[in-house]
Design a protein around this ligand. Sequence first.
Ligand SMILES: Nc1ncnc2c1ncn2[C@@H]1O[C@H](COP(=O)(O)OP(=O)(O)OP(=O)(O)O)[C@@H](O)[C@H]1O
Ligand SMILES: [Mg+2]
Length: 368
Amino acid sequence: MILESLELLNYRNYPELKIEFIEGNNLILGRNAQGKSNLLESIYFLSHQKSFRASRMRDLVLEGRENAYVKGVIIDDERRFSLKVGISPGGRTAQLNGQIMETPGKARGVFKCVMFSPDDLYLVKGDPSRRREFMDETVEGLGPVRAQVTADYRRALKQRNALLRDWEKYGRALEDAMDPWDDALSRAGAAVVVERRKMLSAMSESVLRSYEEVTGAEKKVELGYRGSFEAGPGRREEIEKSMRQALSHASVRERKARTTLVGPHRDEVEIRLGGRDTRALASQGEQRTLSFCLRIAQKEYLESETGRVPVMLLDDVFSELDSQRRKGVLRAAGPGAQSLVTATEMPAEKQGGEGRVFVVEKGSVSVV
Ligand SMILES: Nc1ncnc2c1ncn2[C@@H]1O[C@H](COP(=O)(O)OP(=O)(O)OP(=O)(O)O)[C@@H](O)[C@H]1O
Ligand SMILES: [Mg+2]
């Protein structure tokens, strides 16, 4: 996919912006706090309809304004389409080719990108929720149909947790009230587990290969998926049954905890390097390289599952990596992929190279 042009209105520190990118490498230079990360974040937002670094939607809107939008024109094979996501106090809206979509969720993953950010270190170092978010983000990148799985699960979980929060209120009616949500949660939960297992088995190979490439095969990487309930390697229906059973076994504990204790929202991904747990034992550099390899794996997975090459957004990666790894990044980004790379200074690898160079200054962008 190629992001041909981008238009912003009141997004973060951009009152108004219209720019055109080229098919290959786009280098975005600027001093600190000028808007480099905001620019890439807006593109991520166009794809995922959420930010990877703000939890409140209104943080994305320029201070003092109410409404914002991000609009992109995207080339997907022979097809060209426009996608616009608006933010207003009432929520988000999405438009595809000028037509308002039924729900903004339907636009999720229509435009595909993979974001490399300095915060990616927490994919390895952070708590398990970071790795679950990574898996959900990957599923959501596969497009609206497969993204529905995570949305269904979240909805069922929310409803079920609401019941458990004050279960006494329901008296004898509790079982009847819980029943449909146990079904819904198990059904959606099993679908999430199937997606995650498939993804991790594909990504294990990618991560292993790219880690070897970048470091020269020092240590072996393994990804493992640890579920919160016992489920054999079976099909979706069998996993659903196991989850339903695990939920009924946990019912006393769940009432005490007032929350759902079983399901993919409690699952963990283990990343092992040379047989050791990376979260506690890997060095900072190893963690950084691994998180970078997870992004490459994400890109390769989106590509192999959908046949689309995602746009690569690389925020500040050059300041974080040594020259060997920088080369790895550039190799992973191309050929065939459009890349948007930010840096505070012209990186040595780029000098004299092809591509378009932009300079960001206080929320405005010019082509050099
Ligand atoms: N909603 C908002 N309204 C106005 N300004 C904002 C908003 N959100 C963030 N900013 C500001 O935008 C500026 C640019 O932020 P950004 O993270 O894009 O910088 P950057 O160019 O990536 O810098 P660095 O090199 O330090 O990473 C910051 O000063 C930030 O405070
Ligand atoms: Mg930044």
